[in-house]
Design a protein around this ligand. Sequence first.
Ligand SMILES: *Cc1c(COP(=O)(O)O)cnc(C)c1O
Length: 249
Amino acid sequence: MSAPVGENPPVSDTTRAEDLAAGLAAVEHRIAAACERVGRPREDVTLVAVTKFFPAADAATLLRLGVTDIGESRDQEASAKIAELTASGGQSRHHPRVHFIGQVQSNKAGSVARYADVVESIDRAKLVGALERGAQACDRDLDVLIQVSLDGDTGRGGVAVDGVGALAERIAATQRLRLRGVMAVAPLGADPDDAFARLREVSRELRRDHPEATWISAGMTADLEQAIARGATHVRVGSAILGARPPAR
Ligand SMILES: *Cc1c(COP(=O)(O)O)cnc(C)c1O
């Protein structure tokens, strides 16, 4: 028996897998409804399930439930989790596409390049060089997004809007990094609708010189509907699927 969506059943009533299935179904419903409201096909939007702070077993369950893309934000945790996921025997057909969505320290770029398929959080030239070297060292191509700081407060990651063009040129000049688009987090306290409208403008501008950079990663648990209405191609959703995260360690 599944509990009604939106309620928190006592832990003893459902297994973890049932909880994850219910959370995923609720998010799928939200995405489908948001697409329908603005006349976009559901296939336009990729769900990235953000598994940070949760164990590899949860990620494996989500992959069995049909999730294709997972998001992680800390190198040490992510590299261990991906190693565990890919080591779990005959599960290789459930190999996820791994999105790195957190701030990347330059000295971790070589590690991230080994397991990430998409790095969503490129926000400075130094990181472009470090990721390119990492990707070359392990003979891989990486899809990358430029993380945009929509309020200019770059302390939380992201390049200011007026720095996007130069960073895009740096990425385009590499061998192993493929510029796929932009990513942003709605600024704290701001209207997400305005923020995502701004991001869509940044994307439009970027595509004049880089027509292949079509991805817009925007929207999380709190604001995925607004993001989809403003053209998001990827939503990054954690707590609505997996539950509240344990406090940061
Ligand atoms: C943690 C995180 C998410 C997921 O947030 P939820 O509110 O749990 O959906 C999305 N994007 C980034 C960059 C994150 O760090």
